[in-house]
Write a protein that binds this ligand. Structure first.
Ligand SMILES: *Cc1c(COP(=O)(O)O)cnc(C)c1O
Length: 356
């Protein structure tokens, strides 16, 4: 038998979450964001779960090309644009859509006009301050983009820095409105947080990422409360049980010390599987469906859990690290990070299984 860890990807959960985004933004096209191998879920699985998607958005050109070649005929948008003339040629040849994220990309387009025209998203920086044209430069950028003759269509786009938090999007919306005033073009603004919290920003096309995978974009609103279902369940088993006397320590660095007799379960899952090494003692884990806590440091291939709450547990007992029955957001919060990071960090050595 193989090491018992695996990640189950529930295709019906992906479809459910996509449908939920669609009903939250009923007048918008919904692009499913599948960058970073569909946030760790596998690009092919996401595409299979969403055959009726209005479109996909990703970052990696090779993934976009694979998606196109797998037969998806709708829009496939490159969220970070392109990084050279050869990529532009590939984008045009494969019929992909691209963000034009700044001066360098606009110059590349002017200098290397591909033979086929391309759907373009002109990105405007409204306060994230990573990519995008400054609002005051948007009009000139649009004129230059139009003058290339390469743009089959132009969508005006921005990305919010604080759609998930109390700061909201009012200032970003104000800047975007000013930059694009009078431009009769479609618009794309919203990520998952804005889809569920800011209907005023839905516009023509929304981009749903984390919510598609059943994790929350919010710090103070659970995925379950939104109605999302977890798409990835990271499962393993106990591969050993230790009965410890009081005063024993657990794991590297001996950071955990037993104060009484204790049954400890050893789970086949560690940081080389994508489990966060900085998850402290007390991070939740399910053993035979019962919530228990980690004890001691996460190591490369194993974590250790306190079995006091589940006396029937034995070698072979089922473990859920996150997913169905234990939201990834709770594990992330215990580890001082967000669900996004844990999902994306699923390690290549973990076997992935699609489940209906
Ligand atoms: C990743 C990304 C999204 C999706 O964000 P979520 O918070 O995961 O919904 C949307 N737009 C852009 C430009 C992105 O890079």
């Amino acid at each position: 038998m193989a090491r018992p860890i695996r990640a189950d990807i529930r295709l019906s959960a992906l479809a459910h979450n996509y449908a939920l985004a669609r009903s939250a933004a009923p007048r918008s096209r919904v692009l499913a964001v599948v960058k970073a191998d569909a946030y760790g879920h596998g690009l092919a699985s996401a595409a299979k779960a969403l055959p009726g998607a209005d479109g996909f958005a990703t970052l990696e050109l090779d993934g976009a090309v694979r998606l196109r070649q797998s037969g998806f005929a709708g829009e496939i948008l490159l969220l970070e644009g392109y990084f050279g003339a050869a990529e532009l040629v590939e984008i045009a040849g494969q019929g992909l859509a691209t963000v034009v994220a700044g001066e360098e990309q606009l110059r590349l387009l002017e200098a290397h006009r591909p033979a086929a025209s391309v759907d373009c998203y002109l990105k405007i920086n409204t306060g994230m301050n990573r990519l995008g044209f400054p609002p005051a430069a948007a009009r000139r950028a649009l004129e230059r983009l139009t003058a290339t003759g390469v743009a089959k269509s132009v969508t005006l786009m921005t990305h919010f820095a604080t759609a998930d938090g109390p700061e909201g999007i009012a200032e970003a919306m104000r800047r975007f409105g000013e930059a694009t005033n009078g431009m009769a073009l479609p618009r794309s603004l919203s990520n998952s947080a804005a889809i569920f919290a800011h209907p005023e920003a839905h516009a023509d096309t929304v981009r749903v990422g984390i919510a598609l995978y059943g994790a929350t974009p919010f710090a103070h609103r659970s995925a379950e409360g939104i109605g999302l279902l977890p798409a990835m369940t990271l499962r393993s088993q106990l591969i050993a049980v230790q009965d410890l006397a009081p005063g024993e320590t657990v794991g590297y660095g001996a950071t955990y010390r037993t104060t009484k007799a204790m049954r400890l379960g050893i789970v086949a899952c560690g940081y080389a599987d994508g489990y966060p090494r900085h998850a402290p003692s007390g991070t939740p884990v399910l053993v035979d469906g019962v919530r228990v806590k980690t004890a001691g440091r996460v190591s490369m291939d194993m974590i250790t859990v306190d079995l006091a709450a589940v006396p029937g547990a034995r070698v072979g007992s089922d473990v859920v690290l996150w997913g169905e029955g234990l939201p990834v957001d709770e594990v992330a919060s215990a580890a001082g990070t967000v669900g996004y990071e844990l999902l994306c960090a699923l390690a290549p050595r973990v076997p992935v299984r699609e489940v209906p």
